[in-house]
Every structure is written in structure tokens, then in C-alpha cells.
Write a protein that binds this ligand. Structure first.
Ligand SMILES: CC/C=C\C=C\CC(=O)SCCNC(=O)CCNC(=O)[C@H](O)C(C)(C)COP(=O)(O)OP(=O)(O)OC[C@H]1O[C@@H](n2cnc3c(N)ncnc32)[C@H](O)[C@@H]1OP(=O)(O)O
Length: 725
């Protein structure tokens, strides 16, 4: 709703809809009522609009877009009503003015912002465009280049930048509402025509056509298959070509196209899924609502390999003092140089005027080989390579050295947290923190609790993720946790497809066309084929521990492909060696080229194993890779390893390059329809009975049998017995 008050010649309308003052039907109605009341009262000479609790407005209610009871009241009409007011209207922007919230402010004749406020039109990130005339008013106010940038990227800009662009008239450090009332009193009686944005011309550029055609290429390139940026572009271009009213009509048409698109639904789901995934629970009954985090005032990182370097950088960026430890001086010096380089690059990227990175100060970042230096830190992140014996040795040491309350984190992508915790005298403080490479860039942090991990330890790790500006997703302990466990059957299918007749470049192209940033073979080459090879050796799947007489393409009665092992045995570890599933220009090169050597290896391999190669179409490639990954997701949900499909989707979007406009694998399954996913898995598992990953999971079967319920209802179909939750 909105509250109406007087001060005394200025009517004050305060938007009120906690927590972020979204523009519900009731809020819009109350705003309209307030404007009419102010208009009808002759003693009111001006109007000021602000938001409750230090926030102007986060715009339309994202939950409302997919609701059949979507508010019918038009925000655009209300913005026009504000603009046409005969009394000056001033917006007092505190906290945030986003989406429809900023469009309301654009309808006002003046805008005053608090120095800490942020403004933006993030509709594009939700698969939409600013549909309340924002695409027509903003270019008139700040010019086409800046408006196009804001509207096609959705970025939030700070008040100081908004002032430079002319988006706001004043930035204040003290009370914004009082400043806005002061301005309202000052402008009483001044002509309003020049302040009505719909009446202003769009500022000209020397060559608007050339600018627009270059901008369009840029927008298309950044969109990566997403429709909204292109339609945002078209709406802004309309502002340069048409009078205001026609531009508004064009904006409305484009908005309706986007609103009904699957991409908008997927992106809005992804926004809400990220928030839902913050609400973690465990089978033992611990939950985000009752657990309290411990403060993390200092941290240590053990191991300065690729992961450790990124983690140190991430901690320094979050302003947490770090002790970085290596096993000897040689490794320490190499690690130190690499960390300093990363930090220098990060410092250069930081905005002018923003807080600087204090990494030359030993009180903020210390390098050591002495374990005793870890005595006083609040949290340790062990990031040595994936070797259980080594990790256990380190945790045993940590448990003796670290202060009693310290949180002991292991950065592992698959290893058993309980086994690592068993090496300590305090398993309740041991937790998995699976960072993704490069750790200072990737948003995902998989947080894995073990059997004894305390709720406080989980809450502290979640809090750490927030401090590092990452999305922390809490999951249970199983081999590969959530992300890699779902990845195994996907990569396995990709390799089986090569055995049967396909090529790495064909498989990658299909998955990249679907929207993945890189396909499975490019991804394996980037990550290093030796990582999986070591893991398979550890599991006894390859190498000398495989019993004599084991068939080459079978392990424990199941289909197995030795192809990745053959590559590693020939020294092909991917990009780092210049050869893997592709060839590269040099060791460490990035440009993948199809490799005739690999093609003849595949032909030879099929001959040796009596495989008749066949043509495999795009549909089969896509379905076998994606549906086996999704199938594993259903098994994970049934086992209670994750508390909902949103968690899996957030992991895939933020850690595995899943296209956000397809909502994550589980959301995608819901759009394909579970009966169809099930039927396809049945078909493929009949053709490949020795591949367990293709056999439909019991939970998927159940959901299909009960009639394909909406994704938000899935978890209610898990019986108490089958779930650990
Ligand atoms: C004809 C068509 C006319 C008009 C069309 C208008 C289009 C729009 O306005 S679309 C909406 C545009 N706005 C946004 O995209 C803002 C999205 N929100 C955010 O970016 C952030 O939430 C934030 C406002 C910057 C606050 O961030 P933070 O402080 O980190 O808190 P959160 O956990 O993200 O959010 C708190 C709480 O608020 C809920 N929420 C936030 N924004 C919205 C929203 N626009 N609609 C509905 N709900 C919103 C968020 O889900 C959280 O609630 P939980 O219950 O905890 O999930």
C-alpha cells in the first residue's frame, strides 16, 4: 500500500510493501489515490514519493508475472498520471529504484537520490523489457548510448553515476526525504513542461544509424541465445525513430512477446530459485531459520594451486584477512607470485573511488609455510589436490593446532566429508566448500555437510558465501555431491556417443547450440583429462588394480568406456598438453581444432571392439546427455541430498554453464514434461540395458505417474520412507 501525509504544502506518498516495496495492485491503487487526493487539495502545492524502510521500490512483483491473478492495473498509465500532474512531483530514492520502481521515478518531474542508492532497469535479466514506458523515457533523459547500456544489460548503477548521467537531479548524504521535500518546495510554481520526459526529444547523435547498428551486434553477441536483450534494443531503437506515443505502442507489443515466452518464465524461476536455495534444511532438522553463523574475521587457505590462489583472491576481495600456507618455500613463492598477479588484475578492475584492495599489508595477507600461523584464524579452507590420505593428514594437524571454534573447510569436488572429518577430534566443525574454477570469478559455492557437521558450521559457510558474493547451496554428502554427480552420467553419455559413431565436435556443437557455454569435450579439455583419470584409478576402474580378464568395455557388469583412459595414456591431458579431445595451437593454448589423430583413434577403436558406427542425430545427442543428467537429479532429490529442485538448478546455472534462460536442468525437465523425459529414458535404457544412468529413477516415474505436477509441488510427492528429509 502507500501512506499519505502532508509536510505541509507537500503531499508525501510513501510506498509500503515489505521487504522491498514491490508494486502490487494495492500499492499502485494507493499511489493513484494519493495522487488524486493531492491534486484535489488546493493547499497541496507539490508531491513527494518515497518508499518505506529506506527502499524506494524493487519494481513489479516477480511472483506475479506467472500468476493468473496478475494485477490488471497498468503501471504505465500510473506513470503517465504522475507525469501529467499539474503539481511538481519529486521522487526521493533511497536504497533501490529498480524496474517498475525506476519507471515510477522517471514519471516524476525531479529525482533526488541518497548517495548509497542504486538504480536500474533489470527487466532484461528476467526475460522482459521495461514495459511501463521506461524504454521511451530513459533515452530522452540520459541519451541513447547510456539508456541502451542500462536497458540491455540490466545493470544497477550507483547514485553518483546516476547523477553524472543526468538520471537524478541531486545526490544527498543526509536525509533523502527531507532533501526531496526541500526541492519540492523550491520548485513550486516553476513550469513543468520541460520536466515531462515524454515531451522531450531523444538527444541526437552525430550518426545514430551507425551507432545503433554497432550496438545491435554487441547486444546480440552478449545475449547468447537470450531473446530479451534484442527486444530491449528494438524498443530503444523505436524511441529514436518514432514519436513518444508510437514508441510506447511498440514497447507494449515487444513486452507482450517476451511476457509469454518460455525464456521469461525460466529467468523469473531462476531469480526465485536462487532465493529459495538460500533457505537450506538438513535431514537432521537443522535449518537456515534457526542456525546462527559464527563471525569470520580471519581465514587461512592451505595449498596455493589453481583453486587455492582463486580462494585467497576471493577472501582478500571480501576484505577478510588471510594466511596462505604452502608445504615448502618453492611452492610458496610460486603461489605468492600468482596470487599477487590475480589481485593486481582484480584491483585494476575495481571502480575508481571504490575501496581499494589492501593486499600488500601483511596484516591482511600473509604467506607462510608454518602451520602454527593458523592457530588463531576463525576458518581454514584446505585446497590441496584430491587425495584422501593427504587431506586426512592435514585435517588431523588442523584439529590439533586450530583454536577450538575454528571452522575447518575442505575444498573437494567429490571426496567423502565424513571420512575427512574422521581424522579430527571435532567433526562437527568440518564442512565441504566446493569452489569452482576460477574460484575468484565463479559464483557457485557448493556447501556439503557431513553426518556430524553442526548447524552453526553450515550457517557460517553460507554466511561466508554471501561475504564472498557467491551463491552458497547446501547439499548432503555423496560421491560428487550434486553438481559432479549429475555431471558423471552426462559426460559418460557423451563418450558412449563417440564409441557409437559421433565425434567430439558434433556432440559439443549440439550442447553449445542448446546454450551451454562449452560442450562436454571442450570442458574436459579445459579442466584437464588427468583429473578424471586419477579419480578412476583411485576407484579401481582403470590402471594396474583392474583384475586381469576384466572386459575392456565393462566394469562390474556395467558398460564402461576406456576411451578417456586411452587419451591419458598417450599423454593427452587437454589444453595443458596441447592435445586432448581436440588439438590446440600449443600446450596451454585455448583454440580447439578437431583432430584427425583422434578421428582415426575412434575408427580404430570401433574396429577393435567390433562396433558398427552409425549416424547419431542431434535429438539423440541432446536427449541422452541431458536426460541422464536430469535422471540423476531425481535420484538426488529422492535421497534427500538436496532439499529441492531449485537447489540443483541454481548449482547448474552458476557452476556448470547451464543456460539461465532455460531455467536449470530440473526446470527444463518440467517444461519438456516428465512423461516425455520418462518415455525417452525408457527407450534409451532398452537400447542400452547395461547403462544404469539411463534407467529411469523411481522418483521420476512416480511424478510422471501422478500426472506431471508443477515443479514447486514435486517434493511433496516424496514419501517419508524414501527421503532423508
Ligand atoms: C506492463 C508492465 C509494467 C511494469 C513492469 C515492470 C517490470 C519489473 O519491475 S520486473 C522487477 C524488476 N525488479 C527486479 O528485478 C529487482 C529484483 N530484486 C533484486 O534485485 C534484489 O532482490 C534486491 C531488490 C536488490 C534486494 O536484494 P537483497 O537485499 O540481496 O535481498 P533478496 O534476498 O534478493 O530479496 C529480499 C526479498 O525480496 C524479494 N524480492 C526482491 N525483489 C522482488 C521482486 N521484484 N518481486 C518479488 N519479490 C522480490 C526476494 O525474493 C526476497 O524474498 P524471499 O522471500 O527471501 O525470497
Amino acid at each position: 500500500m502507500a501512506q499519505y501525509a502532508r509536510s505541509p504544502a507537500v503531499a508525501v506518498i510513501r510506498l509500503r510493501n515489505p521487504p522491498v516495496n514491490t508494486l502490487s495492485f494495492a500499492v499502485l491503487q494507493a499511489l493513484e489515490d494519493g495522487l488524486e487526493k493531492a491534486d484535489a487539495d488546493p493547499s497541496v502545492k507539490a508531491v513527494m514519493i518515497c518508499g518505506e524502510n529506506g527502499k524506494f521500490s524493487a519494481g513489479a512483483d516477480i511472483r506475479g508475472f506467472s500468476s493468473p491473478n496478475r494485477p490488471v492495473k497498468s503501471l504505465a498509465a500510473l506513470v503517465s498520471l504522475i507525469e501529467s500532474s499539474k503539481k511538481p512531483v519529486v521522487a526521493a530514492i533511497e536504497g533501490i529504484a529498480l524496474g517498475g520502481g525506476l519507471e515510477v521515478a522517471l514519471g516524476c518531474h525531479y529525482r533526488v537520490a541518497h548517495v548509497k542508492a542504486r538504480m536500474g532497469l533489470p527487466e532484461v535479466t528476467l526475460g522482459l523489457l521495461p514495459g511501463a514506458e521506461g524504454t521511451q523515457r530513459l533515452p530522452r533523459l540520459i541519451g541513447v548510448p547510456a539508456a541502451l547500456d542500462m536497458i540491455t544489460t540490466g545493470k544497477h548503477i550507483p547514485a553518483t553515476e546516476a547523477l553524472k548521467l543526468g538520471l537524478v537531479d541531486e545526490v544527498v548524504e543526509e536525509n533523502t526525504v527531507e532533501a526531496a521535500i526541500r526541492l519540492a518546495n523550491k520548485v513550486i510554481g516553476q513550469p513543468l513542461g520541460p520536466r515531462r520526459l515524454s515531451l522531450k526529444p531523444v538527444p541526437k547523435l552525430p550518426d545514430m544509424e551507425a551507432f545503433l547498428s554497432q550496438a545491435r551486434v554487441r547486444v546480440k553477441k552478449q545475449a547468447q541465445g537470450c531473446l530479451a536483450p534484442e527486444l530491449c534494443f528494438q524498443a530503444v531503437r523505436a524511441a529514436t525513430q518514432m514519436p513518444f506515443a508510437d514508441g510506447v505502442r511498440r514497447e507494449r507489443e515487444l513486452f507482450m512477446v517476451l511476457l509469454s515466452s518460455g525464456q521469461a518464465r525460466a529467468l523469473q524461476y531462476a531469480f526465485l530459485a536462487e532465493r529459495a536455495a538460500q533457505k537450506w534444511t538438513t535431514p537432521g532438522g537443522a535449518s537456515w531459520s534457526s542456525a546462527t553463523p559464527q563471525p569470520v574475521r580471519s581465514a587461512a587457505v592451505i595449498g596455493l594451486g589453481t583453486m587455492g590462489r582463486g580462494i585467497v583472491t576471493s577472501l582478500v576481495k571480501a576484505n577478510i584477512p588471510v594466511v596462505a600456507l604452502e608445504q615448502d618455500l618453492e611452492y610458496l613463492n610460486t603461489g605468492r607470485k600468482a596470487v599477487m598477479l590475480l589481485l593486481e588484475r582484480e584491483a585494476m578492475k575495481m571502480e575508481v573511488g571504490a575501496q581499494t584492495l589492501d593486499f600488500h599489508n601483511p596484516a591482511r595477507l600473509q604467506f607462510t609455510v608454518d602451520f602454527d600461523s593458523l592457530r588463531d584464524v576463525d576458518l581454514v579452507i584446505e585446497a590441496v589436490f584430491e587425495n584422501m590420505a593427504l587431506k586426512k593428514e592435514i585435517f588431523h594437524k588442523l584439529s590439533r593446532i586450530c583454536k577450538p571454534g575454528a571452522l575447518l573447510c575442505t575444498n573437494t569436488s567429490a571426496l567423502n566429508i565424513d571420512e575427512i572429518a574422521s581424522a579430527t577430534s571435532r567433526p562437527q566443525q568440518v564442512i565441504g566448500t566446493h569452489f569452482f574454477s576460477p574460484a575468484h570469478v565463479m559464483r557457485l559455492l557448493e556447501i556439503i555437510y557431513g553426518r556430524h557437521t553442526s548447524p552453526t558450521a553450515i550457517a557460517t559457510a553460507v554466511q561466508l558465501a554471501k561475504a564472498l558474493k557467491k551463491v552458497g547451496v547446501v547439499v548432503g554428502n555423496c560421491f560428487g555431491f550434486v553438481g559432479n554427480r549429475m555431471m558423471f552420467p552426462y559426460v559418460q553419455q557423451a563418450v558412449f556417443l563417440l564409441e557409437e559413431g559421433s565425434r567430439p565436435e558434433a556432440v559439443d556443437r549440439v550442447l553449445e547450440d542448446f546454450g551451454f557455454k562449452i560442450g562436454p569435450f571442450r570442458m574436459s579439455d579445459l579442466a584437464g583429462l588427468d583429473v578424471g583419470w586419477r579419480s578412476r584409478q583411485g576407484q579401481g576402474l582403470t590402471g594396474p588394480s583392474v583384475p586381469a580378464g576384466t572386459p575392456a568395455r565393462q566394469r562390474q557388469g556395467q558398460r564402461y568406456s576406456p576411451l578417456p583412459d586411452l587419451l591419458c595414456e598417450s599423454g593427452r591431458f587437454g589444453q595443458k598438453t596441447g592435445k586432448g579431445w581436440y588439438q590446440y595451437e600449443k600446450a596451454g593454448g585455448r583454440t580447439a581444432t578437431p583432430d584427425p589423430w583422434l578421428h582415426s583413434l575412434l575408427a580404430q577403436y570401433r574396429d577393435t571392439h567390433g562396433i558398427e558406427p552409425r549416424f547419431i542425430d542431434q535429438e539423440e545427442i541432446l536427449e541422452r546427455c541431458l536426460f541422464s543428467l536430469i535422471n540423476e537429479g531425481f535420484a538426488i532429490l529422492a535421497e534427500g541430498i538436496a532439499s529441492g529442485p531449485e537447489h540443483l538448478d541454481v548449482i547448474y546455472i552458476n557452476g556448470y554453464g547451464w543456460p539461465k534462460h532455460k531455467g536449470g536442468p530440473m526446470f527444463y525437465a518440467s517444461t519438456v514434461g516428465l512423461p516425455r523425459v520418462l518415455a525417452k529414458l525408457h527407450k534409451y535404457s532398452e537400447a542400452h540395458p547395461d547403462v544404469p544412468g539411463l534407467q529411469p529413477s523411481a522418483f521420476l516415474k512416480k511424478l510422471a505417474a501422478v500426472g506431471n505436477p508443477p515443479i514447486k509441488e514435486w517434493m511433496s510427492y516424496l514419501s517419508q520412507q524414501s527421503s532423508r528429509l
